[in-house]
Design a protein around this ligand. Structure first.
Ligand SMILES: *[C@@H]1O[C@H](CO)[C@@H](O)[C@H](O)[C@H]1NC(C)=O
Ligand SMILES: *[C@@H]1O[C@H](CO)[C@@H](O)[C@H](O)[C@H]1NC(C)=O
Ligand SMILES: *[C@@H]1O[C@H](CO)[C@@H](O)[C@H](O)[C@H]1NC(C)=O
Ligand SMILES: *[C@@H]1O[C@H](CO)[C@@H](O)[C@H](O)[C@H]1NC(C)=O
Length: 303
């Protein structure tokens, strides 16, 4: 009797110690320590999306709307209100507020980090488009000019966040972590689907003043991301060779997916290579002139 109740006590004690070492200070969500870095990493993309959507639609960002979430990080450079129709402005405003929720949801579960410096100038997008086409567009691409340019620019980052959530999920240990990532992935995928549908409707239209269609823009941006990510094909434009279409039966590609139409996943390294625009997780640039924040990104920067 005595020895069995002793061993029960030992088991309970061991379990409590296990809980203690595997959870953060915020015990409400029981996040294993091994998950913390993976959960904070996407804040980098969520900050980008929050600022880009909020500025693009209503002309002000986190510093006015939810300053605490910026946690003292520097304000984004060059973000401004885009010249949008009422419908697109309405949709992008919703996306912007959704990103505030995403930032809050992550920061409720892990400490996270302050907003990184973001380069959201028209030039930063223009540089990316030039890289995508392998030549300078004249005049330079301006994401803020009108609906279609802004939607094309929105094709650039949210999809990368989506692949990051797909890539992170199998590496998470705790149910609360996977619940968070599934919730984020669901809405990010929805945003990507809305952006792609709006672009798909206009896939054959030329983007003024270039003799380049909307569909070609998406193909070139996806090709660039595949090249920068350096891990094969994880990105597809709105129109694909038939071998890449769903069931190899169709060229229209309103959603990207693998041979079973499952979403592609990317590692943090691949994501950093893409969002830095350098193809190198140790070489910041692009939208993140000083690099991304958090343990994972800093580990590569300090090498
Ligand atoms: C922002 O990006 C543009 C285009 O690459 C670059 O010319 C500019 O210097 C960048 N700004 C900062 C502060 O990094
Ligand atoms: C705003 O967009 C509309 C419609 O795309 C366009 O006709 C107009 O010239 C744009 N205005 C500016 C200032 O760029
Ligand atoms: C775009 O053009 C292709 C080829 O002409 C056609 O099959 C497709 O239906 C068009 N798509 C749209 C959205 O108009
Ligand atoms: C526009 O591009 C199409 C197809 O790439 C080409 O056939 C056409 O000649 C181009 N038009 C101009 C004005 O450059």
């Amino acid at each position: 009797m005595a020895s069995s109740s002793l061993s029960v006590t030992m088991i309970i004690t061991k379990f409590l110690i296990f809980l203690l070492i595997t959870t953060t200070v915020n015990s409400t969500f029981l996040i294993p320590i091994t998950d913390i870095n993976l959960l904070e990493f996407p804040l980098n993309l969520e900050y980008f999306e929050a600022e880009y959507f909020l500025f693009g639609s209503i002309g002000q960002g986190l510093d006015i709307i939810e300053p605490a979430l910026a946690a003292g990080g520097p304000p984004p450079i060059g973000a401004k209100q885009a010249n949008l129709s009422l419908l697109i402005k309405d949709i992008i405003t919703q996306f912007g507020y959704q990103e505030i929720g995403h930032l809050r949801a992550i920061k409720k579960r892990v400490r996270g980090f302050p907003r990184p410096l973001l380069n959201l100038t028209a030039e930063a997008f223009g540089t990316l488009m030039n890289a995508a086409f392998g030549m300078p567009l004249t005049p330079p691409f301006d994401p803020y000019a009108n609906d279609i340019n802004y939607l094309i620019s929105c094709y650039v980052i949210p999809y990368v966040g989506l692949t990051g959530y797909v890539g992170a999920n199998p590496n998470l240990q705790g149910p609360a972590s996977r619940e968070l990532v599934a919730g984020l992935l669901g809405v990010e995928s929805g945003q990507d689907a809305v952006i792609r549908s709006l672009l798909y409707e206009r896939a054959n239209e030329s983007v003024v003043p270039y003799n380049i269609t909307v569909g070609e823009f998406t193909i070139k941006i996806s090709e660039l991301r595949n090249k920068l990510g350096r891990d094969g094909l994880k990105d597809e434009g709105l129109i694909v060779p038939i071998e890449l279409g769903a069931e190899k039966k169709i060229q229209g590609n309103v959603l990207a997916g693998d041979e079973d139409s499952l979403a592609y996943g990317r590692t943090p390294q691949e994501i950093l290579r893409i969002i830095y625009g350098t193809g190198d997780e140790q070489a910041p640039g692009g939208f993140y002139p000083k690099g991304a924040n958090g343990v994972i990104a800093k580990r590569y920067l300090l090498r």
